[in-house]
Design a protein around this ligand. Structure first.
Ligand code: CTP
Length: 403
């Protein structure tokens, strides 16, 4: 399990009879040179002691959200930032219900809510509790919010009943995490570039032409790429968004600036053109505020097509070029046409006629077409983060498959 070496795992142990099995998990992690910080929930303290956990992990064990001594050393936010991933093992039906409702009532749930890392859950409970519709609905909600579930296994339980709900084998859990880190490691050699947000085409010092793009989808994609190991550059038009950690952010205003900065940052392995670039700009930008009587005389010209130029350029063309098509009607036809005209490998088509999705919304609904005219993915109404996740997974698989 060489990909576990030097990884930082934040392990949350919840209250259940399987809590003792997490001690074996810590032993495996330590054997593979992971750093493990542990949180014990109130329930877990009934089953195992902080002393046994800290003896195995060689680290401080955290128990209480309002433990000021611990908070002074490492508060709950830094604890979640410290980790490479968060692992709840075991997680009970009660904790699953709290997580799926976004509660932040103890250190464990607060960290889950505050974390920007991937969160894995290893459920362990009685078969009826696991198969209960409410638990199933809660799990579905968590999976939709990007939680990853390991197990549960099928077998005889501590209560004597048989079925699904057993804590997964610690070796299996470690292997899943090892594969997770391996996939990220495999992406580290790839460079990615994302354009995002609107552009501003100035008319004079006080006026400009722009559009409704918030940049949220492009930022979510860049963030996900970075999180998955890609060396990521985000070329962004003006937005109100916070720069994602770790990536290279290049702020631009106009389409021409976006074009220049994009070319400057090529070559890359994959380029995703999520920006809503203005199609026209002023022939000349006035240095003085234009009087309104003269505004009707403005002359405009086309902006440079950043995507088109990149994808048709032989020497700097990325291996994978992905364009976006925001359409209000004839989504499939218009998007495929754009794919061909702009020489893309894939086009992400989104329907912006519905107010709840697309521009300025936190949600989106997309279809992906490839240059062989195949519809290679459809993602129905979901958060822009989840859409970014699916897209990045596809990009990673594609690049790995093609060397
Ligand atoms: N794009 C670009 N540079 C431009 C214009 C667009 O890189 N100057 C990219 C966008 O980032 C997006 C795709 O091209 O990936 C959108 O194509 P485009 O034909 O510009 O879309 P619309 O402007 O919506 O076109 P139309 O009005 O024809 O629907």
């Amino acid at each position: 399990m060489e990909n576990l070496i030097n990884k930082k795992i934040l392990l949350v142990i919840c209250g259940g009879i399987a809590a003792y099995k997490s001690l074996e998990l810590i032993r495996i992690f330590k054997k593979n040179k992971c750093q493990v910080k542990t949180i014990l929930t109130r329930g877990a303290l009934e089953f195992i002691t902080p002393l046994s956990v800290s003896s195995l992990s060689n680290e401080k064990v955290y128990t209480n959200l309002f433990d000021f001594k611990n908070e002074a050393e490492m508060d709950h936010i830094s604890l979640s930032r410290w980790a490479d991933l968060v692992l709840f093992a075991p997680v009970t039906a009660n904790k699953i219900a709290q997580l799926s409702n976004g509660l932040a009532e103890d250190l464990a749930t607060t960290i889950a809510l505050a974390s920007d890392k991937d969160i894995f859950l290893v459920p362990a409970m009685n078969v009826r509790m696991w198969e209960n519709t409410i638990t199933k609905t809660n799990i579905k909600k968590l999976v939709n919010s990007n939680y990853k579930i390991i197990g549960p296994d099928i077998g005889e339980m501590a209560c004597g009943e048989y079925g699904s709900g057993k804590f997964s084998d610690p070796v299996k859990i470690s292997n899943v995490l090892n594969d997770y880190f391996k996939s990220i490691q495999g992406n580290k050699k790839f460079k990615a570039l994302v354009t995002a947000g609107p552009t501003r085409e100035y008319i004079d010092p006080v006026r400009f032409i722009t559009n409704r793009s918030s940049g949220k989808q492009g930022y979510a994609i860049a963030k996900e790429l970075q999180k998955n190991g890609f060396q990521t550059t985000l070329i962004s038009g003006p937005t109100n968004l916070v720069s994602p950690d770790g990536l290279k952010l290049v702020n631009v205003n106009s389409a021409n600036e976006m074009y220049e900065k994009t070319i400057e940052h090529l070559p890359v392995d994959v380029a995703i053109f999520a920006a809503a670039v203005a199609d026209f700009k002023m022939k000349e930008i006035s240095n003085f505020k234009i009087k309104k009587e003269n505004l009707s005389n403005l002359e405009i010209e086309k902006t440079k097509d950043i995507l088109g130029h990149t994808s048709k350029h032989n020497s700097i063309r990325p291996k994978l070029v992905i364009g976006f098509a925001a359409e209000t009607n004839n989504l499939n036809e218009n998007s495929r046409k754009k794919l061909i005209e702009k020489n893309c490998d894939w086009v992400v088509a989104n329907n912006v006629s519905n107010k709840e999705i697309g521009f300025d919304s936190d949600y989106n609904e997309i279809k992906i077409f490839n240059k062989n005219n195949q519809n290679i993915d459809n993602i129905s109404f979901n958060t822009k983060e989840m859409i970014a996740k699916r897209l990045v997974e596809k990009i990673s698989n594609e690049l790995k498959a093609n060397g």
